[in-house]
Write a protein that binds this ligand. Structure first.
Ligand code: ADP
Length: 190
């Protein structure tokens, strides 16, 4: 299965991604995690990425498209994967379609976790107290949300037109939300 997990920052993508991977054994590919690893390692890519991430801006398309291209070619991703945090712009979605189409593959489902803005800000500020992620301060969160609504959310219509968009209510407990996602995925798998 090839999936995209979609939703605003703080929607719980990381948490749900883990549960989906555990049950459906799909390679979990998170551009946020990959970029944070590059920042930690102080690579050239990390230094460049960090200058965008710390402001809540998107890292340039060419950079993340390159990372994804390499990663989905890995052996563990050949039979299926779940993308988390990618694509985030129309050019990224187009690049992904091209990569897959050239191998006769497509995306099976885009699961979009829906959460309202105020809930998101509250959740992320709580998370910051626990995890201390540098881009979780209130100003940066509000900017990430603005970037999401303006650049990323429009992708929903891109995938709706392809008939693969599934919207899931992201309110409630972790298990409530996973139950909703699981229903969508098990039907696809059936
Ligand atoms: P969240 O969904 O909580 O905002 P992520 O961990 O997915 O967090 O991403 C953190 C940051 O990494 C983003 O704000 C952005 O700067 C950068 N990033 C991650 N994925 C992408 C992408 N596909 N395109 C551009 N920037 C990205």
């Amino acid at each position: 299965m090839r999936l995209i997990l979609f939703g605003p920052p703080g929607a719980g993508k990381g948490t749900q991604a883990k549960k989906i991977t555990d049950k459906y054994m799909t390679a979990h590919i998170s551009t946020g995690d990959m970029l944070r690893a590059a920042v930690r390692n102080g690579t050239e890519l990390g230094i460049l990425a960090n200058s965008y991430m710390e402001k809540g801006e998107l890292v340039p398309d060419g950079v993340v498209i390159g990372i994804i291209k390499d990663r989905i070619a890995d052996k563990d991703a050949r039979s299926g994967f779940m993308l988390d945090g990618f694509p985030r712009t129309v050019p990224q979605a187009e690049a992904l379609s091209e990569m897959l189409n050239s191998e006769g593959k497509t995306i099976d489902a885009v699961v979009s976790i829906e959460v309202a803005d105020e809930e998101i800000v509250n959740r992320i500020l709580e998370r910051q107290k626990i995890e201390g992620r540098k881009d979780d301060t209130e100003d940066v969160v509000r900017n990430r949300l603005k970037v999401y609504r303006s650049q990323t959310e429009p992708l929903k219509s891109y995938y709706a037109e392809e008939g693969v968009l599934f919207e899931v209510d992201g309110m409630g407990s972790i298990d409530d939300v996973f139950g909703r996602i699981d229903r969508v995925l098990s039907e696809l798998n059936a």
